[in-house]
Design a binder for this molecule. Structure first.
Ligand SMILES: Cc1cc2nc3c(=O)[nH]c(=O)nc-3n(C[C@H](O)[C@H](O)[C@H](O)COP(=O)(O)O)c2cc1C
Length: 193
């Protein structure tokens, strides 16, 4: 387990898009998910709903990731240099061979603030991301599953209209060391006294 302090842990996290073949021990995976459900949530709603895909269900899910690529590829072709575009395409086709994919939903009601209800799920996901980092695992949060939400709902047999897809998360042992994208500090934080 990592000896990193909390700041090193936060800053050493990168989005990982290529994973080793090693599976994740169930006890470790359970700890990561437990870290997620111990997140704070507005009015203690705990309105996250997680689907943890491993084995065949994870392999079957790749078809949806591949389909989502078709919606995104034209934009990325304009934005990314060719080598990064090809790497990203490979990630969408294989999810970097991640042994675990989590699909995160928010149960949304029409009384509470919608941003809070969605934010609750991202808070839980970030707890999982940091817990995974602590376990020397890598992760990649993905907004791209939203491109194929209807298909994913059918795949997971979700019939409730009040469950909205928020994001996907890959987890596995990192097989690469991505560069560290710079952080922009200007105009993002305003201190008042
Ligand atoms: C809400 C959200 C959605 C994201 N969606 C995707 C995605 O669909 N595919 C992907 O490869 N990376 C995705 N990422 C990862 C970002 O590209 C990444 O966090 C960003 O480039 C900064 O790099 P870093 O995570 O290594 O610091 C997403 C990240 C967030 C927070």
């Amino acid at each position: 387990m990592s000896e990193k302090n909390i700041y090193e842990l936060i800053k050493s996290r990168r989005s990982i898009r290529s994973y080793k073949k090693d599976s994740i021990d169930k006890a470790i995976l359970d700890r990561i998910i437990d870290a997620g459900v111990w997140s704070a949530s507005g009015k203690n709603m705990q309105n996250w709903r997680f689907f943890v895909l491993t084995g065949k269900s994870k392999d079957d899910y790749l078809a949806f990731s591949q389909k989502s690529w078709l919606s995104i590829k034209d934009i990325l072709q304009k934005r990314l240099k060719p080598s990064l575009y090809e790497f990203t395409e490979r990630f969408f086709y294989t999810l970097g061979n991640a042994p675990v994919v989590i699909l995160a939903f928010a149960e949304i009601n029409d009384q509470d603030n919608p941003q809070t209800q969605l934010g609750n799920v991202y808070l839980a996901i970030n707890n999982m991301v940091l817990a995974a980092q602590y376990e020397d695992l890598g992760t990649c949060i993905m907004g791209s599953p939203l491109e194929v939400e209807t298909e994913i709902r059918k795949f997971l047999k979700i019939t409730r209209d009040d469950w909205k897809l928020v994001c996907g998360l890959t987890i596995g042992y990192p097989n690469h060391t991505p560069p560290t994208p710079s952080r922009q500090l200007d105009n993002r934080v305003t201190y008042l006294d």
